[in-house]
Design a protein around this ligand. Structure first.
Ligand code: BTN
Length: 269
């Protein structure tokens, strides 16, 4: 079934200007949308190319991982989704898409002198608090790789965009608390898109997982992590080459986790 693709709103000049000369196939701007993931998915279904981007000032039903809601506030957040079309040979490395997105955000923040870390698989932390979240949704039909993946990125830019602390499962922070000058959201978007495609062509390569691992939060530390419905304690060792989380449990056995939730440094539940 083909879903119709909403055309978007005319982007203000301030959103258009930073794209000048940037080789993006197409992008759409929305003042308000249910979720940029939904629009990007419909667009991908209609045949949009890799790299196409959907950005919205506000989302009425923004979503995060594990069914959580994602807050955004007009003017206070940066919320967008990018279409990626994995190649067949990337099948064993689909986990790298999470690293790709996380590294892209980190790269831009580092260029601004900030010191982000990555809470595996792809939450971006500044001073130990979550500044950005990444959601990757795939569409599988058949074959070794999905027809497309939608990489959704949400950044807390202004403090007023932060959700109330009783509604988050991890302490949050906003970019403006760390960035020394006003955060130019439209420029930031373009820089992250460019960085995303710097890392996109490194999916499956050693350099991607090494850089991802080097930025991992809690490396070598004791952590609590939920596996299935069990909270377990162990030491966070690093990553496997395909991006799984290596942990050594209390009794000394090692695991490589494909999925896990509620990763916390020990002492902060
Ligand atoms: C998480 O931390 O759980 C992931 C959050 C991902 C939020 C972004 S905002 C843009 C895109 N649209 C959504 O509805 N979600 C993602």
């Amino acid at each position: 079934m083909t879903m119709s693709v909403p055309p978007g709103d005319p982007p203000p000049a301030s959103w258009r200007a930073p794209w000048k000369g940037v080789p993006i196939p197409a992008w759409r701007y929305f003042r308000e949308v249910s979720s940029t993931q939904d629009v990007a998915r419909a667009w991908a279904e209609a045949g949009a190319w890799e790299g196409c981007l959907v950005v919205a000032e506000a989302q009425t039903r923004g979503r995060g991982r594990e069914g959580r809601a994602w807050w955004s506030k007009p003017g206070g957040s940066l919320t967008f989704s990018v279409i990626v079309r994995p190649r067949e040979q990337e099948g064993p490395f689909l986990g790298h898409l999470a690293g790709m997105a996380a590294l892209a955000v980190c790269q831009v923040l580092e260029e601004e002198g900030l010191h982000p870390s990555i809470k595996w698989p792809n939450d971006i932390l500044l001073a130990g608090r979550k500044a950005a979240g990444i959601l990757i949704e795939t569409s599988w039909e058949q074959g070794p790789v999905p027809a497309y993946a939608i990489v959704g990125i949400g950044l807390n830019v202004k403090t007023e965009a932060l959700p109330p602390s009783d509604q988050v499962d991890f302490p949050a922070t906003a970019l403006e608390m760390h960035w020394k000058k006003p955060v130019p959201r439209a420029r930031l978007l373009v820089r992250i898109w460019r960085a995303l495609f710097h890392w996109r062509i490194r999916v499956g390569r050693r350099t991607l997982w090494e850089r991802w691992e080097a930025r991992l939060a809690y490396r070598e530390q004791q952590v609590l992590v939920m596996v299935g419905d069990q909270t377990r304690r162990g030491q966070l060792l690093g990553l496997t080459p395909d991006g799984r989380l290596r942990v050594r449990w209390e009794l000394g056995e090692e695991d490589a986790l494909l999925t896990a939730t509620h990763l916390r440094p020990l002492g902060k539940t």
